[in-house]
Write a protein that binds this ligand. Structure first.
Ligand code: NAD
Length: 260
């Protein structure tokens, strides 16, 4: 379905981004990886995806909080693959504290990585997508783009902002072959959530398993984590011809979280 096309997945060295990159590669897309991590491990990951799916892969280490590095990433995509057809804005971080205790530098970093980076990649890549009259932009928001939780001011603000950016960009491309949508996962067991589980286990003096159950039971009625593979399948659908008129949605995959 996506053979001959290129997908840039930001923050794809781990978790959901990696799951989506693998799903898109499974449809034949070449993958431009981005994110932090051990250089040898990233090299191995790139080679494994290229081999398993018979696609081309590359990697760029842009720090998504830095507009100049995002410009370099887009230039690299142009010179390496001749552009980007599918843009998945996935890089993200979390930090929890009450508003009055929230470190200012954490607020700035979360807004830059979780929200502004998607503005920069979109503004830089939309002209080429519009020129080709085909493109897909998928923004990884969150249930926290739709509803709030305590201690997550920066994350909730950034994700609500990302849903807003998604709607505006979808309207501005509505009469073109470019679609723009957001995916809003509930809890997915990735390093980002494991950190919250570890903190919860330490604070409450409970086991890792008990902390997982406590986290899920507060928010996710299914009592189960969403998986990166399931989110990858949703991203693949959003890239399909059948999804041509799916525009500006914030699609939750959340075990029932926001139905409550
Ligand atoms: P993760 O920590 O496993 O992966 C985050 C990725 O982003 C990594 O590849 C990391 O290297 C990269 N990254 C972090 N800061 C970066 C920066 N400055 N520049 C470039 N890359 C950077 O987290 P995840 O759970 O897979 O999260 C992926 C996205 O999904 C995030 O936007 C997150 O907010 C969102 N999300 C996660 C969950 C969840 O439960 N895990 C739920 C809803 C939404």
């Amino acid at each position: 379905m996506l053979s001959g096309k290129t997908a840039l997945v930001t923050g794809s060295t781990s978790g959901i981004g990696l799951g989506i990159a693998r799903a898109l590669a499974g449809q034949g897309a070449n993958i431009l990886f981005n994110g932090f991590g051990d250089a040898a491990e990233i090299e191995r990951l790139q080679a494994a995806v290229a081999k398993e799916f018979g696609v081309r892969t590359a990697y760029h280490n842009a720090d998504m909080s830095k507009p100049a590095e995002i410009e370099a990433l887009v230039k690299f995509a142009d010179s390496t693959f001749g552009g980007v057809d599918v843009l998945v804005n996935n890089a993200g971080i979390q930090f929890v504290a009450n508003v009055e205790d929230f470190p200012v530098e954490k607020w700035d970093a979360i807004l830059a990585i979780n929200l502004s980076s998607a503005f920069h990649t979109s503004r830089l890549l939309l002209p080429q997508m519009k020129a080709r009259n085909w493109g897909r932009i998928i923004n990884l928001a969150s249930t926290h783009g739709l509803v709030a939780s305590v201690q997550k001011a920066a994350y909730v603000a950034a994700k609500h902002g990302l849903v807003g950016l998604t709607k505006v960009t979808a309207l501005e491309t509505a009469q073109s072959g470019v679609t723009v949508n957001a995916i809003c996962p509930g809890f997915v067991l990735t390093p980002l959530v494991q950190k919250q589980i570890d903190e919860r286990a330490a604070k409450d003096g409970i086991s890792n398993d008990a902390a997982k159950k406590a986290l899920l039971s507060e928010k996710q009625p299914s009592g189960e984590f969403v998986s990166p593979e399931e989110l990858g399948a949703l991203a693949v659908f959003m890239c399909s011809d059948a999804a041509q008129q799916v525009r500006g949605v914030a699609w939750n995959m959340d075990g029932g979280w926001v139905a409550q």
